[in-house]
Write a protein that binds this ligand. Structure first.
Ligand code: ADP
Ligand code: MG
Length: 369
């Protein structure tokens, strides 16, 4: 029988929404930890019902980290007088731990309905190209939202590159810090994720898009093959002509988009199943803070896109109507996923999941309609 895998990619901004106005200060508020726990618990409750209704399927949870990684790096900057700063790859790793810990509440939601399945947070590294064009034109929004004037001041004083993100429900412009977001090209822990799902475990993987690392190209010096990693850490062995280089990786300061990483995770698992002559039906469910992709987003003639074929998604993506750093990566990830053998992609709000299944909410992308 064909095995089915359901990937649920949870938006960092769904867990910690940005751009909500605090009535006391008039500023945009940053959701505190109790709110993040509660919002995560709500999503876990939904996931538990889906798992209950489809007990023979396999599941993977992934999550974004834009607001959360931004909070960590801001904390690191404020504490500079007394503590060493934290590079972005370490901040990414920290979010995998803390957000994975919160998402592991899923076991509680499963327990109360009598389901006993292990949920395992997997620290995951993703390989990126150090020459990715996003290093020259960063697109990944992190941290809280600011009003335009405040963002301009931060850009001037803190040297953080700030860009327009979107408008909030009140129609105010939200501006955020952007950092490089190279495309993931490989997932180092893919075998662990695969063996977990094959044992019925529910892995939480590529959290925050994964910790970005790059493959180190060796230098040849005095008959030695030398791999230079961050912090002056060096790996060395004798150079032998035509010897296959070692797989040595070192961290990259960036934040990978979780939609790209989740899509890659799905297509890598499809490929691996194919190599074993097995067929795997994989669907990717992207939970975010908006009810699907729209045409003319936030304009008077905004229109829902409920069902798109692969070709329609590509045509829309190619006319650049989906902005980088938010809806753009979701649509491109969906295209990559379906082209890589994925069955279906849904982009929706968690609470609208069942309406999305009926075609009444969200955006569903399939190979052909
Ligand atoms: P997440 O953390 O879930 O990945 P993102 O901010 O990356 O959230 O992407 C979701 C956001 O994309 C929404 O909040 C929405 O404001 C924005 N967005 C931009 N363009 C569109 C569009 N055409 N249709 C729907 N949402 C859009
Ligand atoms: Mg995003």
């Amino acid at each position: 029988m064909k095995k089915r895998l359901r990937i649920f990619a949870l938006g960092g901004s769904d867990i910690s929404p940005t751009g909500q106005v605090d009535p006391k200060t008039g500023k945009f508020k940053i959701p505190d930890l109790p709110e993040q726990w509660r919002r995560t618990a709500e999503t876990c409750e939904l996931l538990a019902t889906i798992i209950k209704n489809n007990p023979n399927d396999n599941y993977i949870l992934t999550h974004g980290n834009g607001p959360q990684v931004g909070s960590i790096i801001l904390r690191s900057e404020y504490s500079k007088p007394i503590l060493h700063p934290l590079p972005l790859d370490i901040c990414d790793a920290d979010t995998q731990g803390a957000m994975g810990y919160m998402l592991a509440q899923l076991t509680n939601s499963l327990s109360v309905i009598g389901i006993d399945r292990i949920v395992a947070e997997t620290v995951t590294r993703v390989v990126v190209d150090h020459n990715d064009k996003d290093f020259l034109n960063p697109t990944k929004f992190i941290g809280p939202s600011y009003k335009k004037e405040e963002a301009e001041k931060i850009q001037l004083e803190e040297k953080h590159l700030m860009k327009f993100y979107k408008k909030n429900d009140e129609g105010e412009e939200l501006w955020r810090w952007v950092v490089p977001s190279p495309k993931p090209i490989d997932i180092l822990e893919i075998d662990i994720v695969e063996s977990n799902i094959r044992s019925g475990i529910i892995p939480i993987a590529v959290g925050g898009g994964g910790i970005p690392v790059r493959k180190v190209i060796p230098e040849i010096l005095n008959g030695d093959e030398i791999y230079k990693c961050n912090y002056d850490i060096i790996y060395k062995r004798k150079f032998i002509q035509n010897q296959k280089p070692l797989e040595i990786y070192t961290g990259v300061e960036a934040v990978v988009d979780k939609d790209f990483a989740s899509s890659l995770l799905g297509t890598m698992l499809i490929e691996k199943a194919k190599n074993r002559n097995e067929e795997l039906d994989v669907e990717l469910n992207i939970f975010t803070d908006v009810d699907g992709a729209k045409l003319n987003y936030q304009k008077h003639d905004q229109k829902d896109l409920r069902l798109l074929s692969l070709q329609e998604a590509k045509d829309l993506y190619n006319i650049n109507i989906f902005p980088p750093g938010s809806m753009g990566p979701k649509i491109k990830s969906a295209i990559n996923f379906i082209e890589g053998g994925g069955k279906k992609v849904r982009i929706t709000k968690a609470e609208l999941y069942y309406e999305t299944l009926k075609g009444n909410a969200g955006t569903t992308i399939v190979y052909s309609k």
